[in-house]
Design a protein. Structure first.
Length: 146
């Protein structure tokens, strides 16, 4: 296959996942949505990692295209946009928790709270359920503000 030919990123599960996640910003955005309750465009910009506006807009758009996030316009302030995770995004919670567990074991500078990781290791299902509940609360706060 020549370099000019387009690769079909569907079919192979690793290729497909790479097409969705293979960018450092994608993981950070999903972390913010799934674990930090960030919903508004400005919240992502203020997250502390220094993502640029054009990169953020591009990644959010790609998450919309792949059905990971849905985009909504704030009813009170039409210029404000917020994003909600889809059921497809919620399916990523166990995967992200496994990545967090793995990284906590190998990153000597980990920021994972000890109580959180121990709770996950003792009862992963409870941690997943608790995370889903926190996401539902964050979603309700944004949609009830309307």
């Amino acid at each position: 296959m020549s370099r000019k030919e387009t690769i079909n990123w569907n079919g192979c599960p690793i290729r497909y996942a790479a097409s969705v996640f293979a960018d450092r910003w994608n993981f950070v955005i999903l972390r913010d949505v799934l674990f930090k309750g960030r919903r508004y465009y400005g919240d992502f910009l203020d997250a502390g990692e220094g993502i640029s506006t054009n990169i953020l807009a591009d990644r959010l758009s790609k998450f919309e295209e792949t059905g990971i996030l849905t985009r909504h316009q704030d009813a009170k302030k039409r210029s404000r946009i917020y994003y909600l995770p889809t059921p497809k995004a919620l399916e990523l919670i166990p995967i992200f928790l496994s990545i967090i567990d793995w990284a906590e074991r190998h990153d000597e500078h980990t920021e994972v709270p000890e109580a959180f990781i121990q709770g996950y290791r003792l009862d992963a299902d409870k941690t997943i359920a608790d995370t889903e509940q926190l996401i539902a609360l964050a979603n309700a706060q944004v949609t009830n503000i309307q």
